[in-house]
Design a protein. Structure first.
Length: 226
């Protein structure tokens, strides 16, 4: 047996021991408070970043580049993974989580600048991200190095994902939409693992956000205002 999987199974044994009594109220259904859409990157810990490891709180979607959309018959629509908890479990909060140094954003940037090729499955993901990044690339501030460029585009991508949710007829208007960036590379602050709020219901201006949401004032921080 594969060594990696064997050690994963040992980890699951510990998990099962400590979670044995934590599914009591969840046997017959779930009512997650929020759906999170995170990059699949192994450094982005979907439940732990919110300090929660209890089942039932978060409906977690993961894909490369924290996309909320998919293509159906040539149209770009909000993905079923994101819509499911909104439509079926009463979830009214959606949080899109980008992260510093995102490989999917980097691959899309390289694809748009140098036409780099990827296997078809990755190309498909890159093709869905590309329209979200293209207009941002045209308006980047001058003088950014590659790292700065990617991290600006990470914010831009989160903004576009929130925009797609806002524009969808299938996401009720009163759904709370929040965009954040998870930083483990000391780009925003030196507190690794902190999320920085960059977008609330489509509003991206930090000053306006601090005025409208003073209770989270210290957590609102952007690299790029445009
Ligand atoms: Zn990523």
């Amino acid at each position: 047996m594969d060594d990696v999987f064997e050690s994963m199974l040992a980890g699951n044994e510990q998990h099962a021991r400590s979670f044995d009594d934590r599914f009591g109220g969840l046997q017959d259904g779930q009512r997650p408070e929020a759906v999170t859409v995170c990059c699949s990157d192994s450094r982005v810990l979907q439940d732990h970043m919110w300090g929660t490891d209890d089942p039932g709180h978060l409906f977690t979607c993961g894909n490369i580049g924290n996309r909320v959309v998919q293509r159906v018959d040539g149209d770009t629509v909000v993905s079923g993974d994101v819509l499911y908890p909104i439509a079926h479990t009463g979830t009214e909060t959606v949080v899109v989580v980008g992260h510093t140094g995102c490989g999917a954003v980097t691959a899309t940037y390289d694809h748009l600048t140098d036409g780099l090729e990827e296997p078809p499955g990755i190309e498909h993901c890159v093709d869905i991200l590309a329209p979200a990044l293209e207009s941002g690339m045209e308006n980047l501030p001058d003088g950014l190095d590659r790292e700065g460029t990617i991290n600006h585009l990470v914010e831009y991508n989160v903004d576009r994902q929130i925009e797609a949710l806002e524009e969808s007829d299938h996401v009720p208007d009163d759904t709370a939409l929040v965009g954040v960036v998870y930083d483990f590379q000391d780009i925003y602050t030196d507190r690794r693992g902190e999320v920085h709020v960059i977008n609330v219901d489509g509003e991206t201006d930090p000053e306006t956000l601090r005025e409208s949401s003073p209770e989270i004032e210290s957590r609102i921080r952007r690299l790029w205002t445009y």
